[in-house]
Design a protein around this ligand. Structure first.
Ligand code: NDP
Length: 322
């Protein structure tokens, strides 16, 4: 597994990050995303570490805090040295009833950071991300609260997630003008069936040297090809939950080309879809999700796939350009 710099920071992260969104769900939305318990999590985290992954992503909202608890417990169960891993989590989603239990206000960020540290069982978070833009809070308040956390030693780096280009650029301007902790990374959805970020976000991140952390790189499993020709594999996420949403009619030709390219390299469609993302210069890391260790082992081998210019051209012309 190769390492890349996260944006312009000095932080080295593995080119694949393990996403813990499948940990701890019981019912409802989080149950549909994944119901993995501690033993499964230990197995997956152990396999990710063995493959060279050093970056682990979760969020306070994933299974209402259970994902953070399970991830933190796994790192302890596996005896991982704290400085050998980079732990990323997020804040801003609503964690309960009441107007101040969500959002990106100073009050919520400072209290939820403490709660995340407690759930993770850590004394600092390496990358703390604002999960979504909060139109109700002045950006200055959010960025100053994050700066407070960095100066207090609770957080090492700050990142954003799912912000529009103008919001990111405004935030960068504020951190520079006020000498606040810089924005290191952005999490965004980016796949061969979802290339909207190429319009504004990718050029912005390249220009400002902010690292892109790609989420849902397989479009929730769709790019594995297992839903081709109207397939609905039982128990698989995209059968139950259309997330991220996919235009399946436009996706079918791409799925065929993915399969062709995969056959040429004696690889799987999932590996080619991830390898295509790894060829994009602005990408610092691709956050892979897996429910089973076999899926994880397959996905990490995407780092060995060498796509040539002909493969890239075929995938580009079959995919959904913005
Ligand atoms: P993917 O698009 O890679 O989907 C993962 C799912 O696809 C798995 O749970 C599994 O589901 C299926 N799958 C994975 N690998 C294979 C395989 N080799 N063969 C067959 N099926 C496979 O990623 P996620 O949507 O899970 O997102 C990854 C991470 O990104 C999350 O854990 C989270 O950390 C982050 N994220 C961040 C968001 C944000 O707003 N910032 C939003 C969403 C995710 P199944 O077996 O059910 O088919």
């Amino acid at each position: 597994m190769r390492l890349r710099k996260l944006g312009s920071s000095g932080l080295f992260v593995s080119e694949l990050c393990f996403g813990a969104m499948t940990f701890g769900g019981s019912d409802g939305l989080w149950g549909q995303v994944g119901k993995l318990g501690q033993d499964d999590a230990d197995t997956l985290i152990g396999a990710a570490l063995d493959a060279g992954v050093n970056l682990f992503d979760t969020a306070n909202i994933y299974a209402h805090g259970r994902s953070e608890e399970i991830l933190g417990r796994s790192l302890k169960n596996l005896g991982v040295a704290r400085d050998d891993v980079v732990v990323a989590t997020k804040v801003a989603s609503s964690m309960g009833d009441g107007p101040n239990r969500g959002g990106a206000s100073r009050l919520h960020i400072l209290s939820e950071c403490r709660a995340s540290l407690r759930r993770l069982g850590l004394d600092h978070i390496d990358l703390y991300q604002i999960h979504a833009f909060d139109p109700a809070t002045p950006m200055e308040e959010t960025l100053e609260a994050l700066d407070t956390l960095v100066r207090a030693g609770d957080v090492r780096y700050i990142g954003l997630s799912n912000w529009a280009a103008w919001q990111i650029m405004k935030a960068i301007g504020i951190t520079r003008a006020r000498n606040l902790a810089p924005i290191t990374s952005l999490q965004a959805y980016y796949t061969l069936v979802g290339r909207d970020v190429e319009r504004e976000i990718v050029p912005l991140l390249a220009s400002e040297q902010v690292g892109l952390m790609v989420w849902s790189p397989l479009a929730g499993g769709y790019l594995t090809g297992k839903y081709a020709d109207g397939g609905h594999p039982e128990g698989a996420r995209q059968t139950e939950l259309d997330f991220p949403p996919i235009d399946r009619v436009r996706g079918e030709p791409l799925i065929r080309v993915l399969k062709d390219v995969a056959c040429k390299h004696d690889r799987s469609s999932a590996q080619v879809a991830i390898a295509w993302l790894l060829k994009q210069p602005v990408v610092s890391t691709v956050i892979i999700g897996a429910k089973r260790v076999e899926q994880l082992r397959e996905n990490v081998q995407a780092t060995e796939v060498q796509l040539d210019p002909d493969d890239m051209a075929r995938l580009d012309s079959a995919s959904h350009l913005p």
